[in-house]
Design a protein around this ligand. Structure first.
Ligand code: PMV
Length: 327
């Protein structure tokens, strides 16, 4: 066993198909250049102690999962997937050892950028490397997805997939992850509404709307699938104008199933009025972030317009590197 191990994994934005992906429709997702980094060290006892500066939380799990907070209250649900990710790898290796797990992350939490998945992926890789196992990316993805199931209602798996593999992926939950060749610089402005939302609640909301209006919602999701397929071609052709149109259409579909709100609409319209080629929710909606596609020369103008509309803008780029062992 090594004395220390460190791994990092990227955040993501969903370009097309959030929510629909839960129902086995196609999604397109891109890793971005914000990373979570996890450092692990073995302990002499059997405790798993997790510290996260970003979340302002620390806590101690016994080997069988009992939780004691150290800092930041009794709420353990945010740390639990990290514990499960580490425990799954220990179980796989047949090791009974305590761990100190330290998380440093640049990814805003609960904003739809996949911060929890990035931490689960980086934890899985770091613990695997500590135990000198040679986990493949497919192994890391599957183990991290198990951990994500603890906090999300019926997760599609799109977040741990892109955090593991990086780049731009076409993803369908029932089968297959395809890495796309993107023939363009994809200049995106993220706009954080600063409204914290709960992915689980938003997914439940969509399932309720789908239960009430099954034919309508199936129709909307079918159109979402057409949009995602056209987007694959536009990405391969580097056709930003078409991509922008398709993002606006995708946003309208998400609006139709009730996952937008005033905070989101303000930022989407601020970006469009500043000349964005397209703007939409990214992730679960109900707050969180929007993304706006813009020509590179107009990025700062779009970002400023988002700021004036009370959003927190951030210019992001594609990260081709997925999970990475840092040492
Ligand atoms: O809120 P986020 O970015 O973690 O994304 C959730 C994406 C959904 O499609 C709404 C749910 C899922 O599991 O794919």
């Amino acid at each position: 066993m090594r004395e220390i191990s460190r791994a990092s994994a990227p955040a993501k934005v969903i370009l097309f198909g959030e929510h629909f992906v839960v129902y086995d429709r196609l999604a397109i997702v891109m890793a971005i250049d914000l990373r979570a980094c996890v450092t692990v060290k073995p302990r002499g006892d059997k405790k798993i102690i997790i510290r996260s500066n970003t979340m302002g939380l620390s806590g101690e799990f016994s080997f069988n999962g009992d939780y004691k907070p150290i800092l930041g209250g009794f709420e353990c649900i945010r740390l639990k997937p990290i514990y499960i990710a580490a425990k799954n790898v220990l179980n796989l290796a047949g090791e009974v050892v305590g761990l100190d797990i330290n998380i440093e992350s640049e990814i805003p939490v609960a904003s739809g950028l996949g911060s929890s998945a990035a931490v689960s992926v980086a934890t899985t890789a770091a613990v695997g490397n500590l135990l000198e196992m040679s986990l493949s990316k497919d192994d890391i993805f599957k183990l991290a997805l198990e951990a994500e199931r603890v906090v999300h209602e019926n997760p599609s798996g799109v977040d741990p997939a892109v955090s593991t593999y990086g780049g731009v992926l076409a993803y369908r939950r029932s089968g297959g992850i395809m890495r796309l060749k993107v023939n363009a610089d994809l200049p995106l402005v993220l706009g954080d509404t600063r409204v914290i939302r709960d992915t689980r609640k938003m997914v439940l909301h969509v399932s309720e709307i789908k239960r009430l209006y099954p034919e309508v919602v199936d129709g909307i999701m079918g159109v979402g699938e057409l949009v995602a397929n056209l987007a694959i071609k536009a990405l391969e052709d580097g056709d930003l104008i078409t991509l922008g149109h398709l993002m606006n259409i995708n946003h309208a579909l998400l609006y139709a199933i009730g996952v937008s709100n005033l905070a989101v609409e303000r930022l989407v319209w601020a970006a469009r009025q500043a000349g964005a080629l397209g703007a939409k929710i990214t992730g679960a909606g109900g707050g969180g972030c929007i993304i706006a596609l813009s020509l590179r020369e107009n990025l700062y103008h779009v970002a400023e317009s988002i700021r004036v509309a009370d959003g927190n803008p951030l210019i992001v780029n594609m990260a081709s590197m997925g999970v990475k062992i840092e040492g």
